[in-house]
Write a protein of this length. Structure first.
Length: 278
């Protein structure tokens, strides 16, 4: 993780129990407060951004005006939801080289801050980038915040899910005009990549192409459709014509504290962050 600093001690028990998670994506900002002692422990807020100004400018206004961002918290998590990430095995990972590796994979991203998460259970590091102005604003207001790529939280959660049963498992995470494919063989990740997808046909094409290239078995291996987009139902139905075992992972049966999270309408990747507790 980018910052493993310890929050300052406080005598207020309520503050000690409260955590704030901020989700940042190209299309907007959202905030989630978790207070385990409350009857409804999750408070989730979608921030209405102004499309005429930059994401950083929107964040600056939110930090100035949103009461939820002004309260003290025991812990602050920042979740970066984008496809600008790359994977490096931990054996070959050196934090001194992250900017070089990132620039090699994303040469056009000149104005990005580069960070990383080390996923020891999976044996990989995720190097990711996001707007440096956004990073600086968050660092100024939350100097002890911990930054995560959404890919990191999803890998941690889905790798555990992949341990059940036999054979390989592909998870298709459908989200915001994109799809990310995660493939595991008994908990060991063997593939990850993100694809722009405008419709179900695009998703279907990428799934079948990766399935074939990985030599996955249509009768023995499993495909799981996850995410928030409504077209995941159509995708699961169409993929069942090609793969015998297709599962639509219903979040009602997928998460601890699910009822509270569902009531709060928390996005899928943010739920994985809250559940994994990285």
């Amino acid at each position: 993780m980018i910052q493993a600093t310890t929050m300052q001690e406080t005598g207020n028990n309520q503050i000690q129990n409260k955590s704030l998670s901020i989700r940042i994506c190209a299309g907007g900002l959202s905030f989630c407060v978790y207070t385990p002692t409350d009857k409804s422990p999750y408070k989730y807020v979608e921030y209405r951004i102004k499309p005429t100004i930059s994401l950083a400018a929107n964040l600056k206004e939110a930090l100035q005006n949103e009461d939820i961002l002004k309260a003290p918290y025991k812990r602050v998590n920042i979740l970066i939801t984008n496809t600008h990430f790359t994977v490096v095995p931990t054996m070959a990972f050196n934090s001194d080289n992250i900017e070089d590796i990132y620039k090699y994979n994303f040469p056009k991203d000149k104005a990005n801050h580069v960070s990383f998460n080390v996923l020891r259970r999976s044996g990989i590091a995720i190097i990711f980038g996001f707007d440096k102005n956004v990073y600086q604003l968050l660092l100024d207001d939350f100097p002890n915040a911990r930054f995560y790529a959404s890919a990191s939280t999803l890998i941690e959660y889905l790798s555990e899910k992949s341990l059940s049963g036999k054979g390989k498992k592909m998870f298709a995470y459908v989200h915001e005009n994109e799809m990310t494919l995660f493939c595991f063989n008994q908990g060991r990740m063997i593939f990850i990549n993100s694809f722009e997808s405008k419709n179900t046909e695009d998703n279907q094409y990428y799934i079948l192409n990766v399935w074939k290239n990985l030599g996955m078995d249509q009768l023995e291996d499993k495909l799981c459709i996850v995410g928030d987009c409504d077209n995941r139902y159509e995708l699961a139905d169409k993929m069942s014509m090609f793969v015998k075992d297709v599962t639509l992972m219903d979040r009602e049966n997928d998460y601890k504290y699910t009822k509270a999270m569902k009531t709060a309408m928390i996005p899928y990747d943010l739920q994985t962050l809250l559940v994994c507790g990285l």
